[in-house]
Design a protein around this ligand. Structure first.
Ligand SMILES: *[C@@H]1O[C@H](CO)[C@@H](O)[C@H](O)[C@H]1NC(C)=O
Ligand SMILES: *[C@@H]1O[C@H](CO)[C@@H](O)[C@H](O)[C@H]1NC(C)=O
Ligand SMILES: *[C@@H]1O[C@H](CO)[C@@H](O)[C@H](O)[C@H]1NC(C)=O
Ligand SMILES: *[C@@H]1O[C@H](CO)[C@@H](O)[C@H](O)[C@H]1NC(C)=O
Length: 823
């Protein structure tokens, strides 16, 4: 009942909420409230006006891809709090003076993709960032931004600007820091064009001139200019980087210089080995250089980078790196080269080097030479290089005692020597995923890495065969070993001492069961990733040491349901539980679990993939299962049903006792004190009367000695109920009971009743006083239908009537003896 109500309440609440969000914006419901009251989006709604329903509290309005045409003052409602206004591709051409008056506190204005020729003198006094990309602007002069003195960023990329001439009022923009003129039409840069840049030199300015068709830079144009960052990436379709470009930069002082090719598409011809020689007259700290060269001789890349602290080269090397005596290099990043070997020898003995990245080599690269004597090397990334290493890693990192981070993921294979990490005891992060590893699952190869916090050896073909592989990793916080395997009971013990572990990923390891003890000492474990295994149960989650567990991913397992006792003992801090893609059942027998999912739906992740199978073999979301039909708690219902049927069965089983009990209550005569009136009471079907009268009565009553039989049709007292007669005259009044079993016997309810009564009587009397005569063969099945008869026939001897003379003589003798027995 309560479930139904809460569901309905939920729906009602949702409706109210939905209405709350959409109603204030009018019937069209075109704008969306991204964040309550402050952030609104009307992207692509084909509106040609700004809806008046946008509340005055709005701070951010994305109105891109609409049709505004010309902007005038009445266009905007009063939005005094608006800070970010995006008018990308709104077909704006003319902007009237004071058009932004009602939104004059905007700090970020985006006008990308319009046809604005001239911005005019606008009262945007607080504007900090202005984006006028793709507006067919032909010069920066047109913008007329003065007197907005707060401007920090101007992005005027993809326009028709032909000159680097900066309007003089920029000198007054004391916070100005980024001028982006990428993809314009600047061909020549002369000393005269950079005069204002000279004046702004103390400003820590970033200048982006990438993808301009620059043919010539006048020597001295950048003399004495200081920039924070200067980007001069060419476009392969236009300017190649030539020696004269680089020469034109002489005298520039820049923190970070970005030069080279814009895209890494086609190879382009370089102008020679000395292309970068001009860099020797540029003062820079950091350089990013991308170039995919072809030429008779490779560019001498590093010749003028001796004094750099950080160097990033993309696609610069075919085959070999030159030997350079760097003076203060701290970071070297080499990506996407065609190196034949890791240049360990060239980089050895660099006492300043801290970070080294050599990744994505486009050929398998050799790593045989060692890095030697790099006392400050902390961070090494050699991922995605198709490296094959024999005898890792002690030998390869010789005297690099500060190494904290080693990433060799996505390589081909790594074979370890003994004590492979000796001398690398400070390692905190080790990532070897997707690289074939040797022996890690058998031996404690990592045992000296007691500072290691992060270990990823997923998909490395590792099979954990013993308890010791992770011994010694006492500070490990993150362990990712998915896509591997476990043998024997290694899974139960292998995590035993990882007492600081917070994140464990053992997904995709073909795990069928997890022991309750596996995680006993993992008291800090917060994330447990188990997906894509074959788990049937998650009973181990009831282990009380998992109290910190907040997030479990158990998707794609074989979990059909989680029993109530497990649900009620789940870790208390559990806030995300992923059970998606499990073969769950929607039946009422899973009601507890389904109810739990509905109540805990905010904890369940991937609800739309958390499906269960209905009786019709369709799949529905578990939280959509209608358990109102299971409302009469099926557990109780079944228990009650079971009890009722039990009582009924018992009553049926002993119905004759019950009837007998009634009769006794009516007046019971103790048989012990009574002379038997008859020698035997005969239970038979009236259909067999002929046999009884012609054979039985003839032979028994008329034989020697004569017996007296009680036959109901002859001897029952008239006027007395049949039951009373059976009891008083037949069973109680006779010493023995002869049961004549035939096919007709089973058809007669009375016969069966009489037999059952007689049987119960014989139980009370504790003497087997029943004599069974089988008159004709009956199927065993039918004897089962009379309670006790089947059993009785199996346990006791009976007489069988065969009908021929010889056996008849035997039969009557045995019957007489049976009647006499116990007399
Ligand atoms: C220069 O600006 C950049 C960001 O544009 C900033 O990170 C850096 O600290 C600034 N340097 C100085 C000296 O102000
Ligand atoms: C490196 O700096 C030194 C002075 O510190 C200077 O003499 C030398 O020319 C510079 N080299 C390059 C290539 O910039
Ligand atoms: C766990 O540590 C104890 C001592 O702290 C040690 O005796 C035991 O062998 C270790 N077990 C594993 C599996 O690392
Ligand atoms: C459960 O979470 C709370 C809040 O994040 C934290 O203070 C508490 O220690 C956690 N409980 C356990 C057993 O880790």
């Amino acid at each position: 009942m309560t479930i139904v109500k809460s569901l309905e309440l939920g729906v009602v609440l949702q409706c109210i909420l939905a209405g709350f969000i959409l109603l204030p914006l009018g019937k069209e419901e075109k704008c969306k409230e991204v964040l309550p009251n402050t952030h609104f989006s009307c992207v692509g709604t084909k509106l040609n006006y700004i809806p008046a329903e946008i509340p005055v509290t709005a701070e951010n309005l994305d109105f891109s891809f609409n049709y505004l045409g010309n902007l005038h003052q009445a266009m905007f409602p009063q939005l005094p709090h608006l800070r970010v206004l995006d008018l990308t591709r709104c077909h704006i051409q003319l902007i009237a003076v004071n058009a932004f008056h009602n939104v004059r506190n905007v700090t970020t204005l985006i006008l990308t993709g319009n046809q604005i020729k001239e911005l005019g003198n606008q009262s945007l006094n607080l504007i900090q960032e202005l984006v006028v990309v793709d507006n067919s602007l032909s010069s920066l002069e047109e913008l007329h931004l003065w007197p907005s003195t707060k401007l920090q960023v101007l992005n005027a990329g993809t326009n028709n600007i032909e000159s680097l001439m900066i309007p003089h009022y920029f000198v007054n923009l004391s916070d100005f820091k980024l001028l982006d003129l990428h993809a314009n039409k600047i061909r020549v840069i002369t000393v005269a064009h950079t005069l204002i840049l000279q004046e702004m030199s103390g400003r820590n300015l970033t200048l982006i001139l990438s993808r301009n068709p620059i043919l010539h830079i006048e020597p001295g144009a950048f003399q004495g200019i200081y920039l924070h960052e200067f980007c001069l990436l060419g476009n392969h379709a236009v300017a190649n980087l030539t020696k004269s470009h680089v020469m034109g930069l002489s005298g520039l002082k820049v923190d970070k210089l970005v030069v080279g090719q814009y895209r890494d598409a086609t190879k382009i011809l370089t102008s020679g080995e000395d292309t970068l020689d001009g860099l020797c007259s540029v003062n820079f700290q950091e350089i990013y250089f991308r170039h995919r060269e072809t030429g008779p001789r490779p560019i001498s890349v590093f010749r003028c980078m001796l004094n750099a602290t950080k160097i990033t080269i993309v696609q610069g090397f075919e085959h070999d790196m030159e030997f350079v005596q760097f003076r203060q290099l701290k970071e070297l990043h080499l990506r996407n080269h065609k190196l034949r070997a890791i240049p360990a020898r060239q980089l050895s003995h660099l006492h300043t080097l801290e970070t080294l990245t050599i990744t994505d080599n486009r050929l398998p690269v050799e790593f045989g030479e060692s890095f030697v004597d790099l006392p400050h090397l902390k961070h090494v990334d050699l991922s995605f290089n198709e490296i094959k290493v024999r005898e890792c890693c002690r030998r390869l990192f010789n005297n690099t005692p500060q190494l904290r981070y080693l990433n060799m993921r996505h390589n081909t294979e790594i074979y370890f020597d003994t004590m492979p990490f000796k001398g690398l005891e400070l390692l905190e992060v080790l990532d070897l995923q997707h690289t074939q590893l040797s022996a890690v699952g058998q031996y404690p190869l990592l045992s000296n890495l007691n500072r290691l916090k992060y270990l990823d050896i997923s998909y490395t073909g590792t099979v954990f065969m013993s308890q010791i592989p992770l011994v010694g990793l006492s500070n490990l916080e993150v362990l990712i070993i998915s896509g591997n395997g476990f043998q024997g009971d290694s899974l139960r013990y292998v995590f035993a001492n990882l007492t600081n572990l917070e994140h464990l990923d053992i997904s995709n390891c073909e795990i069928k069961a997890l022991s309750w003890h596996s995680f006993t000492r993992l008291k800090k474990l917060r994330h447990l990733v188990l997906n894509s295994n074959r788990l049937l149960a998650v009973d181990f989650l009831t282990n009380p040491s998992l109290g910190a567990l907040a997030w479990i991913d158990a998707g794609q397992n074989n979990i059909v349901a989680i029993p109530q006792n497990v649900l009620s003992s789940l870790p208390t801090n559990l806030s995300i539980f992923d059970l998606s893609h499990n073969p769950m059942e929607c039946s009422c027998s899973n009601e507890d679990f389904i109810k739990w999912t509905i109540h805990q739906r905010e904890k369940l992740k991937n609800l739309n993939e958390t499906l269960c199978k209905t009786t019709f073999s369709t799949y529905i979301r578990v939280i959509d299962v209608d358990i109102t039909n299971c409302r009469y708690n099926w557990g109780y219902a079944i228990a009650i049903l079971f009890m009722l049927s039990f009582v009924a069965a018992v009553a049926y089983r002993y119905k004759f006792y019950l009837r007998y009990g009634f009769i006794l209550l009516r007046g019971y005569r103790n048989p012990k004190h009574m002379e038997f009136q008859y020698d035997a009471f005969v239970i038979y079907s009236s259909e067999d009367e002929a046999w009884v009268m012609d054979e039985l009565v003839e032979n028994i009553e008329r034989g020697v000695p004569p017996f007296r039989l009680c036959l109901h049709m002859r001897d029952f007292e008239v006027g007395k109920s049949i039951t009373s007669n059976i009891i008083d005259e037949g069973i109680v009044g006779s010493r023995k009971v002869i049961v004549v079993v035939s096919r007709h016997f089973f058809d007669s309810a009375w016969c069966c009743f009489e037999f059952e009564l007689a049987q119960s009587w014989s139980v009370f009397e504790e003497t087997p006083s029943l004599i069974i005569v089988i008159l004709e063969d009956v199927e065993e099945e039918r004897t089962r239908k009379v309670l006790g008869l089947h059993k009785y026939l199996k346990k006791n001897t009976y007489l069988k009537w065969k009908g021929n003379y010889l056996s008849n003589v035997k039969f009557w003798n045995r019957l007489r003896n049976a009647i006499i027995a116990g007399k």
